[in-house]
Design a binder for this molecule. Structure first.
Ligand SMILES: NC(=O)C1=CN([C@@H]2O[C@H](COP(=O)(O)OP(=O)(O)OC[C@H]3O[C@@H](n4cnc5c(N)ncnc54)[C@H](OP(=O)(O)O)[C@@H]3O)[C@@H](O)[C@H]2O)[C@@H](O)CC1
Ligand SMILES: [K+]
Length: 463
C-alpha cells in the first residue's frame, strides 16, 4: 500500500476490519494512530502548552492517546471533552489519560490545539455552539492540528457540514480520505500529513504523485517519439497554445491543422492548412499520428461540427477539450472512441454527463465508465479517472492557473504525453502533474504561454 491511497469512510472501516481479523485490536490501532499523531505534534510544537478537544467516538479516543503521550514527554496538556466517550476503545483511552477533563464549552485557548472531536464517523454538522467554540480555539492557537479530518467536513465528499476553521496541519490516519483532496474541505488546512497505522489499503484511487519520466531511446526518431496533430478552427490562438504545449511536452513532432497558414510561433511546429472537413480527414489519415487534439479554438458552428466529425472518425487516439466537449453534448458523450481523453471543467462536465451523484471522484469515475474515456475533471481539485476504476486526485494547484489559455496548454500537454507513452491514463496523470509543477515554477501573474516555457525544466526534473 501507499500512503497516497484514498479510502472512503466505509473502505477505511473495511481496512480496520482486515487488520482486526489479522489479530490487531481496535484499541491497538488507536494507540498507533495516537502515537503517530503525537510524534508529528511533538516535532512541530515541542513543549508548547497544548489543548486537546475530544469527541464522543474513536476520533476522541485518538485525542486521549495524544494527550497522554505528550504529557509523558513533558508537554503541559489540557483536555476538553464533548460529553462522554461512547465507544469501548475511546473509553479505554480516556481511562488511560487519567487526568482532568474540562467541558468543551468552558475550554480556554492554548498555544497548541488538537481537534479530535469528529473524524470519519461524523454524521451531520456540528451544533452551532460547538462549531463556534472550535473556531475560536483554533483561531487563538498558534499551532493547530486536525486529527484524521477537520471536524465538520464530510469524509467522502469534501463538503462542509458546518463552519470549519482553518487548521495548520491535518494528520490523516492510515490513508487519505476524499475530503483531504476535494474542495472545500481540502482548503481547511495548510499542510496534510498521512500517518501509517499499519492498515492495508488498495491503491485504485490515489493522490497524484510526481511521475517518473524516461529520456528518449538511443535509436529514437521524431515519429517514434510521438507525432501529435492539433485541429484548430475559428480562434487560432487557442489551438496555437495547445500546439506549443505539445511541442515542448517531449513528443517528437507536432502538426497544426488550421484554417490559416502559417500560424506563427515556433518553426518546429508544422503548420498545415485544412479548411474543409475532407481536407482534415485526409490530413488525419496518417497512421503515424499518436495523438490528435480537438477543441481549443475549434468554434461551435457547422464548420466546427464538421471538423469534429473528421476527428471522431479518424481512428487515432484523441484528446477532446473545450469546444469539442460542448459540441459533443450529453447525447454524444458515450460516442467518443474508446481510449480517448476528455478534459472537462465543471460546466463542460455537467453538459456532457449531467448532474451525476456522489463526490467529484465518484462523478469522474462514473463518467469514465460510461464514456470509455479517461476523464480529466478539472478544477482546483483535479480528478483523473479511467474506465477501469483507477483514479488520481491532484490538489494544491496554483490559483494563478485561473487565467485564459491554461486549459488549452493542458490539452496540448496531455496529447504530447499520450503520443510519448501511448497510455491514456498515464499520459493524463503525467500531464496534470507537469502542468501543476510548471505553474508552481512560473510563480505569480503568469500567462498561459509562460507555462509552456517551464515544461523542459519540469520534465528534466522528473527524468
Ligand atoms: N478506521 C480505523 O482504522 C481507525 C480509526 N480511528 C479513528 O476513529 C475515527 C472514527 O471513529 P468513529 O467511527 O467512532 O467516529 P467519530 O468520527 O469519532 O465520531 C462518531 C461519534 O460522533 C457522533 N456524532 C457524529 N456526528 C456528530 C455531530 N455532528 N454532533 C455530535 N455528535 C456526532 C456519533 O454519534 P451518532 O452519529 O450516532 O449520533 C458517534 O458517537 C477515525 O476518524 C479515526 O480518528 C483510529 O482510532 C484508529 C484506526
Ligand atoms: K478531527
Amino acid at each position: 500500500m501507499t500512503l497516497a491511497s484514498v479510502l472512503t469512510a466505509a473502505q477505511m472501516r473495511d481496512a480496520e476490519q482486515v487488520a482486526m481479523a489479522a489479530g490487531v485490536t481496535e484499541y491497538a490501532l488507536m494507540e498507533r494512530a495516537g502515537a503517530a499523531a503525537a510524534e508529528i505534534i511533538w516535532r512541530a510544537g515541542a513543549k508548547r502548552d497544548l489543548l486537546v478537544l475530544c469527541g464522543p467516538g474513536n476520533n476522541g479516543g485518538d485525542g486521549f492517546v495524544i494527550a497522554r503521550l505528550l504529557r509523558a514527554r513533558g508537554v503541559p496538556v489540557r483536555v476538553a471533552a464533548l460529553g462522554e466517550s461512547r465507544t469501548e476503545s475511546s473509553r479505554t483511552a480516556r481511562a488511560a489519560w487519567n487526568g482532568p477533563i474540562e467541558p468543551l464549552a468552558d475550554a480556554a485557548p492554548a498555544t497548541q490545539m488538537v481537534d479530535a472531536l469528529f473524524g470519519t464517523g461524523l454524521s451531520r454538522g456540528l451544533d452551532t455552539a460547538v462549531a463556534d467554540q472550535l473556531a475560536m480555539l483554533t483561531a487563538q492557537a498558534s499551532f493547530s492540528y486536525a486529527i484524521d479530518l477537520p471536524s465538520g467536513v464530510e469524509t467522502d465528499s469534501g463538503a462542509l457540514l458546518s463552519r470549519v476553521p482553518a487548521f495548520g496541519i491535518c494528520i490523516a490516519l492510515g490513508a487519505l480520505k476524499p475530503a483531504h483532496l476535494l474542495y472545500p474541505a481540502a482548503g481547511c488546512f495548510e499542510r496534510l500529513l498521512c500517518a501509517d497505522i499499519g492498515t492495508e489499503a488498495p491503491d485504485r484511487i490515489c493522490r497524484l504523485e510526481p511521475p517518473a519520466l524516461a529520456i528518449p531511446a538511443a535509436a529514437a526518431h521524431k515519429y517514434s517519439r510521438g507525432l501529435v496533430a492539433i485541429v484548430g478552427g475559428a480562434m487560432a490562438g487557442a489551438s496555437r497554445l495547445a500546439s506549443h504545449a505539445a511541442a515542448r511536452s517531449g513528443a517528437g513532432m507536432v502538426r497544426h491543422i488550421g484554417l490559416e497558414s502559417p500560424i506563427g510561433g515556433p518553426d518546429a511546429i508544422v503548420a498545415l492548412q485544412g479548411d474543409e472537413a475532407d481536407e482534415v480527414t485526409a490530413l488525419l489519415s496518417d497512421q503515424r499520428l499518436a495523438a490528435v487534439v480537438a477543441g481549443p479554438g475549434l468554434g461551435r458552428d457547422d464548420r466546427a461540427r464538421a471538423r469534429l466529425a473528421s476527428v471522431l472518425t479518424c481512428g487515432r487516439p484523441l484528446v477532446l477539450d473545450a469546444d469539442a466537449l460542448t459540441l459533443l453534448g450529453e447525447e454524444n458523450a458515450s460516442a467518443v472512441p474508446a481510449g480517448s481523453i476528455l478534459t472537462p471543467h465543471e460546466g463542460e462536465f455537467v453538459r456532457l454527463f449531467g448532474d451525476l451523484p456522489g463526490s467529484k471522484i465518484d462523478k469522474a469515475l462514473k463518467a469514465a465508465r460510461r464514456s470509455g474515456a479517461v476523464i480529466i475533471y478539472k478544477g482546483a481539485d483535479c480528478v483523473i479517472a479511467a474506465p477501469d476504476g483507477r483514479a488520481a486526485v491532484a490538489t494544491g494547484a496554483s490559483s494563478w492557473l485561473s487565467t485564459a489559455g491554461t486549459g488549452d496548454v493542458l490539452a496540448g500537454l496531455v496529447a504530447g504525453r499520450l503520443a510519448v507513452t501511448g497510455d491514456p491514463f498515464r499520459a493524463a496523470c503525467e500531464a496534470v502533474w507537469l502542468h501543476g509543477d510548471a505553474a508552481r515554477r512560473a510563480g505569480a501573474a503568469f500567462i498561459a504561454d509562460d507555462l509552456i516555457m517551464q515544461f523542459p525544466a519540469v520534465i528534466a526534473s522528473r527524468l
